[in-house]
Design a protein around this ligand. Structure first.
Ligand code: ADP
Length: 162
């Protein structure tokens, strides 16, 4: 069985992430989405909330599993026996950061964990979780950025009712 994981903060999940998930889910028998418990960032949604949201956003895909982790990605991969990590590339600016993570993971895992990059679909090239937060904070339109069911709960985090 070909397994892969897609790790990230997903705070919040965007249509760009969902596009990557759909494409990766077609390539592998099982895709595990790992919500990163990154304590350094002050999140919009808790890890448990993000897991729940991503489950809802991917309920149409029966080979997608949603999980969370707080340690080193290579330890998670080893425990789950996953050897491929999926990451998305939007622009050259992502590349340097992503290359560094990919090479570090490969080195730390003794070659056991490789990274597969999917380039963004052009309509989502501009889209990031931080852009969604900045737009939502000021009551801007996020309907082309995130799944419809999530819109109200994002505004609610900023005390905005629409
Ligand atoms: P992290 O905080 O680990 O970078 P993110 O949730 O921001 O996590 O992103 C997870 C992965 O998804 C990263 O590889 C990122 O480059 C990719 N990604 C984010 N937005 C998009 C998008 N619009 N199109 C394609 N890939 C994306």
């Amino acid at each position: 069985m070909k397994k892969a994981m897609y790790p990230g903060s997903f705070d919040p999940i965007t249509l760009g992430h969902i596009d990557v998930i759909h494409r990766a889910a077609e390539m592998f028998d099982e895709l595990t989405i790992c919500v990163l418990n990154n304590q350094a960032k002050k999140p919009l949604f808790s890890v448990d909330e993000r897991v729940k949201i991503i489950r809802e956003a991917t309920s149409d895909l029966d080979n997608v599993v949603v999980d969370s982790f707080g340690g080193l990605l290579i330890d998670y991969a080893k425990e789950k026996q996953i050897h491929i990590s999926i990451r998305g590339l939007r622009a050259v600016t992502d590349f340097e950061y992503e290359l560094q993570i990919a090479q570090t993971n490969r080195l730390l895992s003794g070659g056991d964990l490789d990274t597969v990059f999917l380039t963004t679909s052009l309509e989502y090239a501009y889209l990031s979780s931080s852009a969604v937060k900045e737009i939502a904070m000021f009551g801007g339109d996020i309907s082309k950025c995130v799944p419809a069911f999530l819109i109200d709960s994002i505004y609610a985090q900023y005390g905005i009712k629409r």
